[in-house]
Design a protein around this ligand. Structure first.
Ligand code: C2E
Ligand code: CA
Ligand code: CA
Length: 555
């Protein structure tokens, strides 16, 4: 591709032979050009000038009874800075030259003197003098019709994306989108209608994608997108379904409303491949798969991933509706003192009823929620319902019960949770002293100034914090140092092993000693047998929780 190849040029010339000659010389001078339009008389030139924008104009001065010079003003009125306008004349006429300059033409050429070299020079100089170099660069990278990236820039951006992802470890999707019935629309409504359709689709695509995504038109009715910074596979499904949704509404073209659908193929870096050219190939193949599945659908290159992502996406939708329709429940499991077996607190555990099978697996759906924004909604819900429980106990005169709630790291990624909690506590101040927030070590909080501050704010209000699943994570000790913790819960996998494993017994003993040394309460989780409870007692572990005392129950 040459520098000038994306330019649109208009030649106004009433002599067909002269037009053909100029066209040939031009191509010799600057290489193949996407569009060279021809207007064969003054009238059709006027129509073209008012309907379309060109990047370069050649005007023959003698157009039958009219003068090409008179078109200059018509061109100029469409632009703030008009593109180059070159006057052509059959004879070397000094006066016409002067008139042309006066009216604002950029140059004046005598037809008989035209050479490729002269034309190339004229091109270069007049574009430069108009500051059109930036536009040239733009034309080389953008699709003229839709303003989207074109194929050449898209390919560059794709390679860049693979390099970025290699460094960041984040995945991205290459999406190939092909309209299902574009040919029909083009054939039946005409090319201008087809162009309008493509422009509208481009706009809708830009609208549903995020600013970090890349949208390109590769040519014809083929679009490609790069969806970047995607955390998990089910997010791909969400993004692709957003794209599919733009075809649900019919599109208005030249006062008709037409239904358009598309087939979409998705390949994922690096799961499918880490080679850019293969990624293009795979998403193409996936797109053809979608077409053969019966159009208006999408397909992942990796079918297994597709299935998993869809199931997860489905679960996400169901969970969302369960939250909205208040279908979640809190169960409570007592935490008991190993000194006198009395209940000192309850851990609130989330339950999501599942039609026939009882309950969804809590750990599984929490994980799905953690990968989307749903965990924030769930966190708020759990917090508010735990508080309601405490309030209702308070109203009944029961004031010595505590509740522990589980919170995920994501809930502390912004100030939202702490703000919500603060507001709530202002209304019912005694609640703070009754609530412990358990933070799992499995998916630890980032130890940053912000998260430390957020926990400190809640701690100052009276909330307690507990490290959940202690002993199996990586950051146990640094966690205790960074955050204002009050208790440790020894992970059940350690507790349940103290009978058969010397190492786990030693670990358990050490954690209890650590708790004592740092003035932290220690709770052994997953206590199922008397035997284990007795060992824990002999180790002077102060608290326990587990099926031995009670399963989680609705209170
Ligand atoms: P977790 O915080 O470690 O909660 C203890 C889990 O162990 C609970 O599973 C509980 O039912 C189970 N358990 C209690 N005693 C025993 C026992 O003696 N033996 C055995 N085998 N298991 C016992 P559950 O309710 O399925 O919850 C699983 C995890 O889901 C929780 O682990 C917690 O990390 C998470 N989770 C539960 N509710 C919430 C919530 O409201 N928010 C958040 N972010 N996470 C939650
Ligand atoms: Ca817990
Ligand atoms: Ca735990």
């Amino acid at each position: 591709m040459n520098n000038y190849s994306r330019l649109k040029i208009l030649i106004v010339e009433d002599d067909e032979d002269d037009y053909i000659l100029l066209r040939e010389l031009l191509i010799e001078a600057i290489g193949e050009v996407d569009t060279i339009c021809w207007a064969e008389d003054f009238k059709s030139a006027q129509v073209k000038i008012s309907n379309e924008n060109f990047d370069f104009y050649f005007l023959d001065n003698r157009l039958g009874a009219e003068l090409g010079l008179d078109l200059i003003a018509e061109i100029k009125q469409h632009y703030e800075t008009a593109p180059p306008i070159i006057m052509l004349s059959g004879i070397d006429d000094y006066q016409t030259d002067l008139d042309a300059m006066e009216k604002g033409a950029d140059d004046y050429l005598v037809k008989s003197e035209l050479t490729p070299h002269l034309l190339e020079r004229t091109f270069r100089y007049s574009l430069k003098s108009k500051g059109f170099e930036a536009k040239l660069a733009k034309l080389a990278h953008y699709d003229g019709l839709t303003g989207l990236y074109n194929r050449s820039l898209f390919n560059e951006l794709l390679i860049k994306a693979t390099q970025q992802s290699k460094r960041s470890g984040k995945q991205f999707a290459l999406v190939t989108l092909d309209l299902d019935n574009f040919k029909f629309i083009n054939d039946n409504y005409g090319h201008p209608a087809g162009d309008q359709l493509l422009t509208k689709i481009a706009r809708r695509l830009k609208h549903v994608t995020r600013s970090s995504d890349i949208v390109a038109r590769l040519g014809g009715d083929e679009f490609s997108l790069l969806l970047k910074d995607v955390k998990n596979d089910s997010d791909f499904v969400t993004l692709v379904e957003n794209i599919m949704a733009i075809f649900q509404k019919p599109i208005q073209i030249s006062s008709k409303s037409v239904a358009v659908s598309s087939s979409i193929g998705i390949a994922i870096y690096p799961t499918d491949t880490h080679i850019a050219s293969e990624l293009i190939d795979y998403s193409d193949r996936a797109m053809y798969q979608a077409k053969s599945n019966g159009r208006n659908s999408y397909s992942f290159y990796n079918q297994e991933l597709h299935q998993k992502a869809i199931i997860k996406h489905q679960l996400e939708l169901e969970l969302y509706s369960a939250i909205e329709n208040n279908k979640l429940l809190l169960y409570f499991q007592p935490i008991v003192s190993l000194i006198n077996d009395e209940i000192v607190s309850y851990e609130a555990l989330l339950r999501w009823p599942d039609g026939e099978n009882g309950f969804h697996n809590t750990e599984e759906f929490i994980e799905v929620a953690e990968e989307s924004h749903l965990i924030l909604k769930i966190g708020d819900w759990v917090f508010q319902h735990a508080c309601l429980k405490l309030e209702s106990w308070h109203a009944q005169g029961i004031t010595d019960r505590h509740i522990s709630i589980n919170a995920s790291a994501n809930q502390f990624n912004s100030d939202d949770f702490t703000e919500l909690v603060k507001k709530y506590i202002q209304k019912v101040p005694y609640l703070a002293n009754k609530l412990t927030i358990e933070l799992t070590e499995r998916k630890p909080l980032d130890i940053t100034e912000k998260t430390i501050n957020r926990l400190q704010v809640l701690s100052n209000l009276g909330f307690k914090f507990s490290v959940d699943d202690f002993g199996i994570g990586h950051s146990s000790i640094s966690y205790l140092r960074a955050f204002p913790m009050n208790s440790i819960k020894i992970d059940k996998s350690i507790v349940q092993n103290i009978i058969n494993s010397k190492e786990d017994l030693a670990l358990c003993t050490a954690i209890i000693a650590l708790g004592k040394a740092l003035s932290l309460s220690v709770i052994a989780e997953g206590v199922e047998t008397k035997e284990i409870a007795n060992i824990l007692k002999s180790l002077a572990c102060p608290y326990a929780q587990g099926y031995l005392y009670s399963k989680p129950i609705p209170l």
